[in-house]
Design a protein around this ligand. Structure first.
Ligand SMILES: Cc1cc2nc3c(=O)[nH]c(=O)nc-3n(C[C@H](O)[C@H](O)[C@H](O)COP(=O)(O)OP(=O)(O)OC[C@H]3O[C@@H](n4cnc5c(N)ncnc54)[C@H](O)[C@@H]3O)c2cc1C
Length: 328
C-alpha cells in the first residue's frame, strides 16, 4: 500500500511516522524546501491541557486538547526515542484573567478546576503522561501580592498557577526532520506544491514542482495541508459541515539579555489577548547552537484575534470551528 501525505508540518510528519511504523510506504510532500519550516517552528510550543477554553461550556474543546496533550510526550518517546526527561520545557503557565475578559475570575476559576479534574482522572497518576509533571494538585490562585508583583493590577484581575508547559518547537522540529530523513519507509518530496487530488483507480495527486507539473497515484491520501486543506478538499467536493472561523495569530520570539529576570509564562483569558512562554537557559541548549549564556532566556509571545478573514497563504492562521478550537 502507498500513502501520500500532503503537508510536512507537525501533523503530516507525525502521520508519516505512524504509518511507517506500521510498515506502510509513505510519500510526504511539502511546497517548501524544508520540512517543518513554517508554523511548526513559529508557534510557542504550548502543550495545551485545555485550561484556555472557558468559553466552551460543553468542555469538548478541553477534552480534545487534554487527550492530545497527554499523548504528546509518549508519542515522541516512542517515535523519536526522546524520553520526557530529555525534553526541555518552559516555566508552567499562569492563567491570568484580563480586565476585559469575557469570563469573570470566578467563572475562570470554576472552569480551570473542572478541566483539571478531567486531566487528573485521565492521566491516572502516570508521570510519563505530561513531561513528568505531577497533575494531582489543584491549580491554585496566586495571592494578591504575588499577582501585583508580576502584573499590572489594573489589567490582571486574578491569576491561577497551572502545570501547563511548552516545549521548544525548534528543537522538536530538528529531531523530527532527522528521524524522518533516516526512515527508509518515508520518501520526502520538497518543493512540491499540491494543486489537486482526483479520484481514479486510486487517488491522483497533481503537483507543481520546479521541473514542471507532476502527477502521482496513491491508494490513500492524507490531507495535512492546514491552510491549503480546504481548497484541495473543495476540489473533490468535500466541504466543511459547519461554519469555521479563521483566527489570525502572530508570534514574536526574543531573547532576554543575560541576567534579566525570567518573566512568568502567562496566558491571558478569555478573549483576544495573548500569551508569553518563557524558557530557561536549558531550552536554548536544546534549541541548537545558542546555548551558553548563563541565565539567558528565550521568551515567545503571541497574540491573537478572531476575524472573518480568508487568505489561503497566510501561515499565521489557525482554523477554529464554531465553539470548538481544533488545535490549538
Ligand atoms: C503564532 C502561533 C503560535 C501558536 N502556538 C501554539 C501553541 O503554543 N501550541 C499549539 O498546540 N499550537 C500552537 N499554534 C498552532 C500550531 O502551530 C498549529 O496548529 C500546527 O503547527 C499546525 O500543524 P499542521 O501540520 O497542521 O500545519 P502546518 O504547520 O501549517 O503545516 C502544513 C504544511 O503544509 C504545507 N503546505 C500548505 N499548502 C500546501 C500545498 N498546497 N502544497 C504543498 N504543501 C503545502 C506548508 O508548507 C506546511 O509545511 C500556534 C500557531 C501560531 C501561528
Amino acid at each position: 500500500m502507498r500513502v501520500g501525505v500532503l503537508g510536512g508540518g507537525l501533523q503530516g510528519c507525525c502521520v508519516a511516522l505512524s504509518l511507517a511504523q506500521h510498515d506502510i510506504d509513505v510519500t510526504l510532500f511539502d511546497r517548501n524546501n524544508k520540512l517543518l519550516s513554517r508554523t511548526a517552528v513559529a508557534n510557542e510550543g504550548k502543550i495545551h491541557l485545555g485550561y484556555m477554553y472557558a468559553n466552551d461550556p460543553s468542555h469538548s474543546t478541553a477534552r480534545m486538547m487534554m487527550r492530545g496533550a497527554l499523548a504528546f510526550a509518549p508519542f515522541f518517546a516512542r517515535h523519536l526515542g526522546l524520553p520526557y526527561e530529555s525534553m526541555t520545557v518552559s516555566r508552567p503557565a499562569a492563567y491570568v484573567v484580563h480586565r476585559d475578559s469575557q469570563r469573570t475570575p470566578e467563572e475562570v476559576s470554576h472552569y480551570i478546576a473542572a478541566v483539571h479534574a478531567m486531566i487528573r482522572d485521565a492521566s491516572e497518576g502516570r508521570r510519563d503522561a505530561y513531561f513528568g509533571r505531577d497533575l494531582s494538585d489543584q491549580p491554585r490562585a496566586w495571592t494578591t501580592a504575588q499577582r501585583e508583583a508580576e502584573f499590572d493590577p489594573e489589567v490582571a484581575l486574578a491569576t491561577f498557577a497551572t502545570p501547563e508547559v511548552a516545549i521548544d518547537p525548534v528543537a522538536l522540529a530538528q529531531s523530527l526532520r532527522d528521524r524522518i530523513g533516516a526512515d527508509r519507509r518515508i520518501d520526502v518530496r520538497l518543493n512540491h506544491e499540491v494543486l489537486s487530488v482526483e479520484d481514479s483507480d486510486g487517488l491522483d495527486v497533481s503537483m507543481d514542482t520546479p521541473s514542471g507539473a507532476v502527477r502521482e497515484r496513491f491508494d490513500h491520501v492524507v490531507n495535512a495541508l492546514w491552510d491549503g486543506r480546504f481548497a484541495i478538499n473543495e476540489k473533490r467536493g468535500l466541504r466543511p459541515n459547519r461554519p469555521w472561523l479563521h483566527r489570525l495569530k502572530y508570534g514574536v520570539s526574543f531573547r532576554l539579555p543575560a541576567g534579566a529576570d525570567l518573566p512568568p509564562s502567562a496566558t491571558f483569558v478569555s478573549g483576544p489577548f495573548g500569551e508569553v512562554v518563557s524558557y530557561g537557559a536549558a531550552a536554548l541548549a536544546s534549541g541548537g547552537g545558542n546555548a551558553g549564556s548563563h541565565g539567558a532566556i528565550r521568551a515567545v509571545a503571541s497574540f491573537s484575534r478572531s476575524a472573518g478573514v480568508e487568505g489561503r497563504h497566510c501561515q499565521r492562521r489557525r482554523h477554529r470551528r464554531m465553539g470548538q478550537d481544533r488545535h490549538l
